[in-house]
Ligand binder design. Structure first.
Ligand code: HEC
Length: 248
């Protein structure tokens, strides 16, 4: 039987049942929303999580990079599978709204957009608790030779991986461009950033999977509490030998 017809006849049956019931019963059917247009219930925040397949997360991020760059790549790698697995409210979220994080916020070289994307995703998924996961993802990014991800069908090739020691787009991509000897608008640089987006999406999803299992233990402490100022940890790269002591 055709599904719409089936639903219609079920609805008719319910309405029919209402008609022959007592006045009180008709009122209660009305209050349950069956006879009135369905009201959209506001989603409770945060929106929650179902464990993800890390390879799928990485592949979506890598492919999305070539359309919308790093921030949207990571948001999509994590939230696209949840749009299918959980449905609403994820399903209605327009992922194009998160493209702006590319190039460390429209080319300003601040936080690498892959991690802006990770923060957007963990925010929807876990709210305040997501901050711990983002904190660990950033510490890992600065401390790890990237990229690690190997695409099944690479769009380009390059030689070098690099540890950025910094979450800043400008610093991270600049050090790598120096090592690789390529310009920003080169196919190698694009491929490197696409793969790093896959890495960040997969790392974030791995920690989220652990969190869902109840085995996630936050690793990185608070930069502000430890150093008395919002900061990155490569102090000497900017301050030289004369790193100022913050007034605590
Ligand atoms: C990306 C570059 C960069 C990094 C990394 C960095 N700083 Fe700074 N920091 C600056 C700049 C630029 C200023 C502005 C004041 C200046 O020019 O000294 C500043 C200001 C400060 C100040 C306040 C001004 C003062 O002289 O008291 C403190 C304290 C400080 N930094 C400590 C640190 C410490 C500690 C670290 C590492 C944990 C660190 N910074 C990492 C660039 C950086």
């Amino acid at each position: 039987m055709d599904k719409t017809k089936n639903e219609l006849s079920r609805r008719d049956a319910i309405i029919g049942a209402g008609k022959i019931a007592t006045g009180a019963a008709i009122l209660s059917v009305g209050a349950s929303g069956l006879l009135t247009p369905a009201k959209v219930k506001a989603a409770s925040f945060p929106w929650g999580y179902k464990k993800l397949d890390l390879q799928e997360v990485g592949d979506i991020a890598y492919e999305t990079w070539y359309k919308s760059f790093c921030c949207q790549a990571v948001v999509s790698g994590i939230l696209k599978p949840l749009q299918k697995k959980i449905g609403e409210p994820y399903a209605s979220l327009p992922l194009d709204a998160f493209k702006w994080g590319h190039g460390g916020a429209v080319g300003w070289g601040t936080l690498c957009g892959s991690m802006t994307g990770a923060g957007i995703a963990t925010g929807f998924i876990a709210g305040h608790e997501g901050e711990k996961i983002l904190n660990d993802v950033i510490a890992w990014y600065a401390d790890t030779e990237l990229p690690i991800y190997k695409p099944a069908h690479p769009k380009s090739h390059f030689k070098n991986v690099n540890r950025s020691d910094s979450p800043l787009c400008h610093v991270s991509v600049g050090k790598w461009m120096n090592k690789e000897g390529v310009k920003f608008f080169s196919p190698q640089r694009k491929e490197r950033c696409a793969r790093i987006s896959a890495d960040v999406a997969m790392r974030t999803a791995k920690l989220l999977n652990d969190w869902k299992d109840g085995t996630y233990v936050p690793a990185h402490g608070s930069n502000v509490k430890e150093h008395g100022i919002t900061t990155q940890l490569n102090c000497m790269e900017c301050h030289g030998d004369d790193v100022p002591e913050p007034k605590m």
